[in-house]
Ligand binder design. Sequence first.
Ligand code: NDP
Length: 302
Amino acid sequence: MADIIDGKAFAAKIRAEVKEDSDKLISQKQVDPCLAVVLVGENPASKVYVGQKSKMAKECNIKTKDYKLDESTDQKTLLKLIEDLNNDSTVHGILVQLPLPKQIDERKVIDTIVVEKDVDGFHAINAGRLSIGGDMLKRAFIPCTPLGSLLLLKDQVGDLRGKNAVVVGRSNIVGKPMSQLLIEESCTVTIVHSKTKDIESVCAQADVVVVAVGRPEMVDAKWLKEGAVVIDVGINRIPVTKEDGSEGSKIVGDVDFASASEKASKITPVPGGVGPMTIACLLRNTVTSAYRHAGLNDPRSH
Ligand code: NDP
């Protein structure tokens, strides 16, 4: 039976470090780290995420500036807001919650955020720095979900050098940056996706499996080598019938936890695994940005 990786507890530890770093900057340099949080529209999940991010930022003594824009907001208005935030020297991080309404070009918006405030790490230049790696990585902001997954992995496994890692999913937000981080850790990395042939047997070679597909409970024990370490990034809401017969829903990952935990050595639960790490890493990136803007070295290395 696998050990359950407690992402909630580890994220609380990271947030405590973030608060310590934030307090140090405030007392020694009189700089208040500040995150601008931009939400466009009424997407219910986005509203929840934005609320959690702002609340946890405040708990870490990071100020927030919250902007809630109408669903019908046009691209020009949003780009103007971003330009204003780029020019606002009191703001160190700009978060635009995705997805954006369809009239807005997401890539254009992301690439309008000045690289030095792109704490989500989605800007083309930050993606490029991550891809080049080495010293370039030290100047990049790394996307929060893959960074959180890597920190969990390093905490659990230690040295990742030479491990066979398979990343399931190739999105720009999770799969691709995750694979680049694992390459940087000297893993042997394979990315699999919806067109991969014989995907189960590719995964079954892996010492480390990171799954980010958005398909509820897709990966089960058959996909895994005995003793593999499994990081489940997925967040899927599925319908359930409650004990009293009424209809409800619950959150599950992309991994069939019950089956996979019979074969894995360590596994993240959903919820309580990668999810809390994503927000902790956003706050960490914001404080890192505030340090950089104050001309200081990064408070922590990854
Ligand atoms: P995307 O939809 O952008 O990407 C999904 C990837 O999975 C694609 O590369 C797709 O392949 C691949 N895929 C889809 N179906 C299959 C299949 N049957 N077999 C193999 N590969 C498949 O999703 P994201 O990366 O944005 O998110 C993935 C999951 O992670 C979601 O559940 C999301 O909610 C969750 N998530 C969680 C976060 C957290 O904080 N914990 C943060 C971000 C996301 P192809 O490219 O070929 O289409």
